[in-house]
Design a binder for this molecule. Structure first.
Ligand code: WTA
Length: 703
């Protein structure tokens, strides 16, 4: 009896849970103007038309030479797209728009201080500035295939620098401006860059932050890894005026605005690049301490971001499109710079934080610039909702389309986005994808597929996802069971390899479900995304989060091993474990547990030192919410730290099965102390959704 009633209760709960997620349909007005409004598109991109279906995306570009082979699978899983084709990404994003749209805004840059004027960079102006900087890079001896590292914040010089590299076939590697100098130095060394491009300073939350100071740290860190940097090129936030405290090193550091004086009007012919030439590297965190340089191609990548920008972002040339992400992450590369500019639209960039000087700022910008299309992450949406729930109403803007990206969005937050930010008028796409992927993998086609809060939707055009269990059996739709989401087929936006580590590329992404290593048939090589997911009966995917040791803070992946190694740089620390804790604003925050070497006792200074080390070595974004000093870590008999047990403590979700631990008695002690302290500080745990519980339970299982 009891069993039956319990089962009924839980089924009813599940049912009500699903009932609350009703479909939302786009307005007739949106459908009438949408790029993807003809259902025939699904047929064109169906599996039987793969891989030729992607010709439709590639045909959105201007090619110097047409390709002879759409997809070459002869060396799996190193897929080659549009082989034989030649093109230039800078030409596609700039030159080809000049004849018609020379004086249309390509970029509109909004500085953080509201007293500063908004900068409009027309396609003509962008052409001029990109050419001049390209000529300068060329004179520094940089050529096709060389790498260059940028450590730039959200200033127009960042896309200008990227497009200048693309013009010459130089591989750019932008490191998120908020990362520390040391994190930048690691990436400089890994990519083998000999030039660093940075800026003296930028505005963030009302302060003018010193960025150039990080260049010295970066060069020192690179040097330790055996890498020499010849030159540091420094853009200036206020040209002619140096805003950093650090001295310029003679013969090494140069102000770009001064050098450019000799390049006025210089034009550089775009180099016709093979489709398969790398366009850029973007580093991301994964299962090992070393960040992975995801290498993206020129032709496949550009075709993929252009196609998805057209159909999923519904970008029209006449739109004013604002992606409120940082170009230091893949979202900004694909959906602020390459996709939108390739389509010849106007792309808005904002320098600062969303809530500066108040939570009405984004809506003032939207109203002033007439933004039609808005793109941001759940963490920003949560923050704006918390600090200014009624602000959007006060401003007269109208979005037709909005995007959410980077982490799962709670249905409640989704509904605020839809009703309040979108004023019930905008179609929303929840786009699931990764740094490795180039562009969207899961989403709804906005005019043709209904929205469902909390689910990204089905695979996008030409992407055929599947959920596998640990044995590689497909988990059927509607089964209510979670598993590992994989993509069965190659696609043009997929990264080509991990820079300098092809064996890691195969091992991390393809080994798990490869059916036959000698096979040259792509069907045998599913791509393992490393995310847990569930597939509903309607074909919509619900992403549960990472299955590997990665903590997604505010939509950004931080490797637990990186966080732990940073903690271990503090002398007293013997062991460290990083776990995610659910956080109202950032989605997840980091908590660190440390055990000290014998002879040391716990004190606040050690805790602060660990936080400071993480901030210094990785960046502010990674700063832990708490550092807990414990006597010992819960460990398996083989000595592995059981992160899921600690994660359960931090999140008040229970510690699960601890019978396999070598030291089960320690769990109680840690739990008692940590939870008592949290309650004392008023950190009352909120109730977690079933999805979040799953994530915590699964955390660190890859260990
Ligand atoms: C997560 C960001 C749920 C996911 C583009 C993925 C998401 C990781 C979504 C990649 C979404 C991204 N819904 N989860 N719409 N988008 N994720 O490499 O866990 O910074 O694997 O790329 O973010 O993060 P990355």
């Amino acid at each position: 009896m009891t069993d039956v009633s319990e089962a009924q209760v839980s089924e009813a709960e599940i049912a009500s849970h699903w009932r609350e997620e009703e479909y939302y349909w786009p307005s007739a007005r949106f459908i009438a103007q949408a790029n993807g409004a003809d259902p025939a598109i699904f047929e064109r991109f169906s599996e039987k038309n793969f891989p030729e279906c992607f010709k439709e995306y590639a045909d959105l570009l201007s090619w110097d030479h047409y390709w002879h082979t759409t997809l070459d699978t002869s060396n799996p899983p190193f897929w080659k797209w549009f082989v034989g084709g030649r093109l230039n990404a800078s030409y596609n994003c700039i030159d080809r728009h000049l004849a018609r749209d020379r004086n249309k805004a390509a970029l509109i840059w909004v500085p953080e201080p509201e007293s500063e004027v908004t900068h409009v960079i027309t396609y003509q102006e962008l052409y001029k500035r990109v050419n001049e900087f390209a000529a300068l890079l060329q004179d520094l001896g940089l050529k096709q295939g060389d790498r260059i590292t940028f450590h730039l914040p959200m200033v127009p010089e960042l896309p200008i620098s990227m497009l200048a590299c693309a013009r010459l076939g130089i591989i750019h590697s932008e490191v998120f401006g908020g990362f520390s100098g040391t994190a930048c130095g690691d990436r400089i060394a890994d990519s083998g860059s000999r030039i660093l491009v940075t800026t003296d300073a930028y505005y963030r939350n009302g302060d003018l932050l010193d960025q150039k100071a990080k260049a010295d740290e970066a060069l020192a860190a690179a040097k330790e890894l055996g890498a020499e940097v010849d030159r540091v090129l420094v853009w200036r936030r206020h040209p002619g005026r140096y805003s950093s405290q650090t001295p310029m090193v003679s013969g090494r550091d140069f102000f770009v605005d001064e050098l450019l004086a000799d390049y006025r009007g210089r034009v550089v012919e775009p180099v016709s690049m093979p489709a398969e030439a790398p366009l850029f590297l973007m580093y991301t965190s994964g299962t090992t301490a070393r960040p992975k340089g995801c290498q993206h191609s020129t032709g496949g990548y550009l075709a993929y971001v252009t196609g998805t920008s057209k159909y999923y972002q519904d970008i029209h040339p006449e739109d004013t499109y604002w992606c409120f992400a940082d170009i230091g992450w893949i979202t900004g590369h694909s959906y602020i710079v390459y996709g939108p500019l390739s389509l010849g639209t106007t792309s808005v960039m904002y320098e600062g934080v969303p809530t500066y000087p108040d939570a009405g700022r984004p809506w003032r910008i939207a109203e002033r610039l007439g933004v039609t299309t808005f793109h941001t992450a759940p963490t920003t949406i949560r923050m704006l909702r918390k600090l200014g729930p009624d602000e959007p109403k006060k401003y007269n803007y109208h979005f037709k389309h909005m995007t959410t990206v980077g982490e799962p969005i709670e249905p409640e937050v989704w509904r605020w986005y839809y009703n309040v930010v979108g004023k019930g008028e905008a179609a929303i796409v929840d786009t699931w994808w990764q740094t490795e992927n180039g562009g969207f993998l899961g989403s709804t086609l906005p005019a043709l597929q209904a929205m469902k809060p909390g689910s990204c939707g089905p695979g996008v055009l030409g992407i055929y996802p599947v959920i596998y269990d640990e044995e590689g059996r497909a988990v059927p739709a509607g089964s209510g069971r979670a598993g590992n989401i994989c993509i069965r087929n190659p696609w043009p936006g997929i990264f080509q390899t991990i820079w300098g580590a092809p064996e890691r590329f195969v091992q991390i992404y393809y080994q798990k479900y490869c059916r036959d290593k000698s096979s040259k048939d792509w069907h045998d090589w599913p791509y393992f995304a490393g995310d847990g997911a569930m597939l509903a009966a309607d074909g919509y995917f619900r992403i549960l989060g990472r299955v590997d040791d990665v903590i997604n803070v505010a939509g950004h992946r931080l490797g637990t091993k990186e966080l732990e190694s940073a903690s271990l740089t503090v002398e007293e620390v013997a062991e460290a474990a990083a776990v995610p804790v659910m956080d109202e604003l950032r989605g997840r925050a980091v908590e660190i547990y440390i055990a000290l070497k014998p002879g040391f006792t716990a004190n606040e200074r050690v805790e602060e030192d660990v936080s400071a080390a993480i901030e210094r070595l990785i960046g502010k974004i990674a700063r832990p919410k708490h550092v807990w000093v414990v006597q010992d870590m819960p460990k398996t008999r083989s000595g592995k730290i059981m992160r899921r047990v600690i994660a359960g403590i931090s999140n008040f979700t229970g510690v699960g099965d601890i019978t396999t631990l070598a030291n089960p008695e320690i769990v109680d002690t840690i739990q008692h102390r940590v939870q008592a302290e949290k309650l004392k500080r008023g950190e009352v745990p909120r109730e977690l959704s079933a999805q979040e519980m799953e994530e915590i339970k699964a955390f660190g299982q890859a260990d």
